[in-house]
Design a protein around this ligand. Structure first.
Ligand code: EPZ
Length: 432
């Protein structure tokens, strides 16, 4: 297993380009199963979650061609199965999108229950099941396999999502409804940018979806979807992560290939902390920090609120703020496994319920620490970049699920970070 070795204290300077959005890519790739033709998808991020999904689709019979520079041609016409039960399915969360996609494609799905980041609490899929059932599917879970069957295909339905608007359930129901008989309405739908991106992809292929990005989405089922081309949006969370790294190290970084609207809440909270964030173009921003952070209170909410996927990263920054800050997560109530790791670097954080109470300090000190999930891992890298001394981060496979070439991108900004394998050998990007 690789680890990162980070010597902290270097202000990051320069320019980086943001890759395609992980959470859009992992929804759009399974959506190719609905298309009777070739889908050319561009701006696909080079991350292990995407590799895993490509491997699953290829095992099912899909033909996937790497066209270079993040472009792929996906042709699922060779897929003859409605089962996706290999062990790869338990490695990622997004494998459950194959349920909605296969139900739409052939009215049946046998899909292994998903894996993905374990935040220490349950990650139920009852809202996904609620949607499939409303559209006429019968669901059964046995031996870790979810089986969904329909007599005569799915029918349009009205579905109200309970509680926090679920991103996964919104996406899965949209996939299932795209070719259902009749119209499906999702109320209390999630509004994240990657939901809009999936709806745009499906509409480019001939679907009829309206209202994505609002809390009511209307999907009028169509008979078939043809092939076409689509470019994935840039990743708001990757961008936010580098904004935090630039701010935390007291540097100045221009971040290009972003969608400013998607970053409004992240930019707003960084400005509240005293960080300078300004747009340098239609799709670029500059982040600069020259002073100690002001303390703030942050609450992670569904979009357009502050994203839960940025909660660990801003918590790492607030360890260095002037005073006591709070970080509350109203989406996942146990997403604080990074706290014990930051404590090894000297951080003073107390978690009570859904809230981390963070006492700001003058500095963090390097230490051997471990990533327990994707965004926690990103937070630990930021802490290592800001700390005095050397930090070794284990568990980096979590980080590489969602960040394309994070070591190479940070090194291009002047960070002293290398990736070494078990034998202490440098990895490729670290050798440049
Ligand atoms: C997606 O997870 C993302 N993953 C997560 O990103 C992200 O943190 C999350 O949305 C929230 O934005 C992917 O897109 C692959 P939810 P998902 O369904 O769909 C509860 C990352 O770091 N819930 O919106 O699993 C659930 O327990 C990853 O990129 C139910 O109760 O999240 C949670 O409390 C981590 N029943 C809340 O809703 C359900 O059926 C939001 O979950 C579904 C969800």
């Amino acid at each position: 297993m690789s680890k990162y070795i980070i010597r902290g204290g270097t202000p990051l300077r320069g320019q980086i380009t943001i890759s395609g959005a992980k959470n859009a890519a992992v929804a759009i790739i399974p959506a190719a199963l609905l298309v009777d033709g070739v889908c050319r998808v561009e701006n696909v991020p080079d991350i292990s979650d995407v590799d895993m999904l490509f491997s699953i689709l290829r095992q099912m019979g899909a033909s996937i061609t790497d066209c270079g520079s993040g472009a792929f041609e996906i042709d699922c016409r060779g897929v003859k199965t409605h089962a996706a039960t290999g062990e790869a399915m338990q490695k990622i969360r997004a494998s459950y999108y194959l349920i909605g996609a296969l139900l739409a494609r052939c009215g049946r799905a046998d899909v292994a229950m998903p894996g993905g980041c374990n935040f220490g609490g349950p990650r139920p899929i009852d809202q996904h099941v609620k949607g499939f059932t409303a559209m006429g599917a019968e669901i059964d879970v046995k031996n870790g396999i979810l089986t969904a069957v329909t007599d005569g295909g799915l029918r349009g339905a009205s579905i109200f999502l309970d509680g926090i608007p679920s991103v996964g359930a919104t996406i899965n129901i949209m996939l299932a409804a795209a070719k259902a008989d009749g119209t499906t309405i999702i109320e209390n739908a999630a509004r994240e940018p990657h939901i809009v991106d999936l709806a745009n992809f499906l509409n480019y292929m001939g679907a009829n979806i309206r209202g994505a990005g609002t809390n009511v989405i209307r999907i009028r089922g169509v008979k078939n979807l043809k092939g076409g081309s689509y470019s994935i949006i840039s990743d708001q969370i990757e961008a936010g992560t580098y904004m935090a790294a630039a701010a935390g190290t007291g540097g100045r970084v221009e971040i290009i290939n972003i969608i400013p609207k998607h970053l409004e809440c992240i930019s707003g909270k960084l400005r509240e902390m005293g960080v300078e964030v300004y747009e340098s173009g239609d799709s670029s921003i500059v982040v600069e920090s020259t002073r100690r952070f002001r303390k703030i209170d942050v609450t992670a909410m569904p979009y357009p609120g502050f994203p839960t996927d940025m909660q660990p990263q801003i918590a790492a920054l607030l360890c260095l703020a002037d005073g006591t800050s709070t970080v509350t997560d109203n989406v996942f109530d146990t997403r604080f496994k990074y706290v014990d790791e930051l404590a090894k670097m000297g951080a003073s954080i107390r978690v009570t319920g859904r809230t981390a109470i963070i006492q700001g300090l003058d500095r963090l000190t390097g230490a051997p620490i471990r990533a327990h999930d994707l965004r926690a891992g990103a937070a630990l890298v930021i802490a290592g970049l800001c700390a005095n001394g050397t930090t070794e981060v284990e568990g980096v496979s979590y980080i590489e699920r969602g960040y394309e070439d994070i070591v190479g991108k940070l090194r291009s900004l002047g960070a002293d970070i290398i990736s070494v394998d078990d034998g202490g050998e440098l990895s490729e990007s670290a050798a440049v």
